[in-house]
Design a protein around this ligand. Structure first.
Ligand SMILES: *Cc1c(COP(=O)(O)O)cnc(C)c1O
Length: 391
């Protein structure tokens, strides 16, 4: 069986290093808010190109805390793609804000920038972009709207660690509300505009990451982080996540408790060193799939820039999705649907059940994710192509 994602194999590559780091924590006996957290956050901020990074308990908390940090609530509207994973929307509702759903683009599966402006009202406070399936959202138009209507941009980067927006050499990124040009180095992008290459986590006012085990950068339990260049926001969120406390036993917000523990931070710090290489392998597999899957019944995913996606999942579309999934399973290939039901058709949002989002519904009806991961062998990749082509 070709597994959808072989987590054991993924993590065992780092077994010796992880063992050592965990042993160090046990020797020290310090489990929360310590050196590991500090080191990882510093390295992850550097990786994203941001000034600040705060470790939190999970991705949903990260989104939640960003909304709290901005002080949004009481029916404030936040724009969000209609086809996102439900967590993005739950974070908005949980704060008493109103999620305003916008249809995705059928080609990129990301929010359609052309449909946002008509949804902006005098209650709109933010646009939440979700870099879905690992592909960074094309930000130019969204930066323009944020500037025009004075909106915050919240990134849900839970699926896009390392995804980069090649924003071009036209200084469009100056439109970004709190523009900071953080040089992440020429990376492997075109060197003449290296300053214009910006990673997920550094494309809005604040960004949420999840380190759920199956993400491109995953820990061994729950974990999350917030990145931002806004010092004031960072300090406020840090306090809110720590019982609303800016210093010991001094509580200035009705806060909560959300922490990244030392063991998870250590695991993440080890794995972060290999993330670019792992993403590169994912890109290689995606390229092979896109060049070699040739079947009129299968619609392949599109990307607008080779560096934009870190291929968290490789999503194809087909008319008879369930039949195709059974066929693959009969041929020893495991697949997953991301996701089978759109948020507006979920029981939790019964008030939306009669609304119609045709693009999102079409996506949810036809999508299926093929195996992709840094530990897949060339033989496995070839076999997937052969089996898909014979369908
Ligand atoms: C995984 C994920 C989350 C939530 O992350 P958790 O760590 O599971 O809370 C949020 N948004 C998106 C798009 C995700 O894929």
């Amino acid at each position: 069986m070709i597994k959808f994602l072989d987590l054991e194999k993924i993590n065992n590559r780092f077994r010796t290093e992880i063992d050592k780091r965990i042993a160090k924590i046990l020797d020290k006996g310090w489990y929360l808010q310590g050196e590991e957290n500090e080191t990882f956050c510093e390295n992850f901020a550097k990786f994203c190109g941001t000034k600040y990074c705060l470790g939190v308990a999970n991705g949903l908390d990260a989104l939640n805390l960003i909304i709290k940090g901005f002080g949004f609530g009481n029916g404030d509207e936040i724009i969000v793609p209609a086809n996102t994973y439900i967590a993005s929307i739950l974070a908005i509702s949980e704060n008493g804000c109103t999620p305003v759903l916008v249809e995705p683009d059928i080609n990129t599966y990301n929010i359609n920038p052309d449909l946002i402006e008509e949804k902006i009202t005098n209650k709109t406070k933010a646009i939440m972009v979700v870099h879905l399936y690992g592909q960074v959202v094309q930000m130019e138009k969204i930066w323009e709207l944020a500037k025009k209507y004075n909106l915050k941009i919240i990134e849900d980067s839970a699926q896009a660690h390392g995804g980069a927006a090649h924003v071009g050499c036209n200084n469009k990124s100056d439109l970004f509300t709190s523009a900071t040009h953080v040089d992440i180095g020429s990376d492997d992008m075109s060197s003449e505009c290296s300053l214009q290459v910006r990673r997920a986590g550094n494309l809005g006012d604040a960004s949420a990451f999840s380190f759920y085990p199956g993400k491109n950068l995953g820990c061994m339990g729950d974990g999350g982080a917030i990145t931002t260049n806004d010092k004031e926001l960072y300090e406020k969120i840090k306090a809110i996540a720590n019982y609303g406390s800016d210093r010991k036993y001094h509580h200035i917000y009705k806060g909560t408790n959300s922490r990244l523990d030392e063991i998870q931070a250590a695991v993440l710090d080890v794995k972060l060193k290999y993330l670019e290489k792992d993403n590169e392998r994912r890109r290689e597999i995606a390229k092979y799939y896109r060049e070699n899957i040739k079947n009129a019944k299968i619609i392949l995913p599109q990307t607008y820039d080779e560096n934009a996606s870190v291929w968290h999942v490789f999503v194809v579309r087909t008319e008879n999705r369930d039949e195709f999934q059974k066929y693959l399973s009969d041929n020893e290939i495991q697949t997953i649907i991301h996701y089978p039901t759109p948020p507006h058709k979920q029981g939790a949002y019964s008030e939306w059940n009669n609304l119609s989002f045709p693009v999102s519904e079409e996506i949810h009806r036809t999508i299926i994710s093929l195996p992709i991961s840094p530990v897949m062998t060339n033989e496995e990749v070839k076999k997937v192509v052969e089996v898909v082509n014979e369908y």
